[in-house]
Design a protein around this ligand. Structure first.
Ligand code: SAH
Length: 353
């Protein structure tokens, strides 16, 4: 059987080409694009297309609509955690968070991950596959449709390493930004990376308006190397050098994410060391209370250590905030929903004992 055309992965002009190449009028692309970005799940619902075209598309094209497996809703703060099923049975997760400044959706870019960070649940089972641009986009569309509201911000901080799937990430960014569709401003999007340097440089070229977040998690090479295998390929000093180049090129502040793990990276000395490392770098430091993952031997830093760490950075003139824990009454963040589902045997891999 011929593979169906992945219609939500196409850019607007690719969709125009697709229409003309399959014998349709070019303007049909605009209609289909609009429908897809409104969150419509089937061609049948595209009521301004002729019936014959709807039927043809249903035969030949894939609307790349994810199936909602579960939604967990926090009674405390309205956070919604989604587990979506892809057409090949894989699972991805997305989270809707309600902040005073609007709705934020956290999305995934890969089923699994091959970065192997010691503290993260997403890499259990390794990388299964990259998501298509359509599957990345559809997380935003499906959530927006579910809540019946606009999504104001997108953070690419779910399962997977976005810069390990750069081409699909780039297509997604172009498509979600396209005014003929969802029309989200680049400034409302944040992409988080574990530090793949060539892609940070490319990102500065391609998307200078999108906010970049870097998972740093350590005040020096020795600690980072133990937590994040990527550090062996792209070492700490080079990462900070690249971050400085990024700021110079884009004039944009970088967000550094820093998980605080008890006894590993949460001391006052380490806060001081971090302040020295980042000197002169236009940045925001986002301190993240560690979300415990079973069997990794790490626990969350004590609240007083978190406060102290933040104070040290603030005293040195840094803007440092502690990430608010949303949805604490509903289980699993950071890849844990998907891991749990796969453990139950619904996916194609099982967590090792
Ligand atoms: N691969 C990308 C984006 C996904 S992870 C990256 O590394 O940045 C998004 C953020 O959540 C990263 O900063 C990641 O390090 C962090 N994270 C992963 N596991 C976590 C856990 N158990 N508790 C708290 N934060 C975690």
């Amino acid at each position: 059987m011929k593979d169906k055309a992945r219609i939500k992965t196409m850019t607007f002009s690719e969709l125009e080409n697709y229409m003309t190449e399959t014998g349709e009028k070019k303007f049909r692309a605009k209609q289909v694009f609009e429908w897809l970005h409104k969150g419509v799940r089937t061609f049948e619902e595209m009521s301004n297309l002729p019936k014959a075209l709807r039927e043809k598309l249903a035969e030949e094209a894939d609307p790349e609509a994810l199936v909602t497996e579960t939604v967990q809703v926090s009674q405390k703060d309205g956070t919604r955690k989604y587990l979506f099923r892809l057409s090949d049975g894989q699972f991805v997760e997305s989270v809707l968070m309600k902040y005073s400044y609007g709705n934020t959706v956290c999305i995934s870019t890969q089923a699994g991950c091959r970065m192997g960070c010691a503290f993260c649940a997403s890499c259990e089972g390794g990388l299964i596959r990259n998501l298509t641009a359509g599957e990345i986009l559809d997380q935003v569309l499906a959530v927006s449709r579910d809540i019946g509201q606009k999504v104001d911000h997108v953070v690419v901080m779910g399962v997977g390493e976005p810069f390990d799937n750069y081409e699909n990430l780039a297509r997604f960014l172009k498509n979600v930004h396209d005014e003929r569709g969802f029309g989200m401003s680049f400034r409302s999007i944040t992409v988080s990376t574990c530090g793949i340097l060539p892609k940070i440089r490319q990102f500065a070229e391609d998307f200078p308006q999108v906010t970049l977040a870097i998972s740093l998690h350590a005040s020096n090479e020795q600690i980072r190397e133990k937590l994040m295998p990527v550090d062996r390929t792209y070492p700490y000093d080079k990462l900070l050098e690249t971050a400085r180049e990024y700021v110079k090129k884009t004039n944009k502040r970088i967000t550094f994410e820093y998980i605080l793990i008890d006894g590993v990276n949460d001391s006052t000395q380490q806060a001081e060391e971090l302040a020295r490392q980042l000197r002169g770098l236009l940045c925001h430091i986002n301190l993240i209370p560690f979300n415990e993952v079973l069997g990794r031997g790490f626990s969350s830093a004590k609240p007083e250590r978190v406060r102290r760490f933040q104070e040290v950075l603030q005293q040195k003139g840094y803007e440092a905030t502690v990430r608010r824990e949303l949805g604490s009454d509903i289980d699993g963040a950071c890849g844990q929903l998907r891991a749990k589902k796969n453990e139950q045997g619904a996916g194609s891999w099982k967590q090792e004992a």
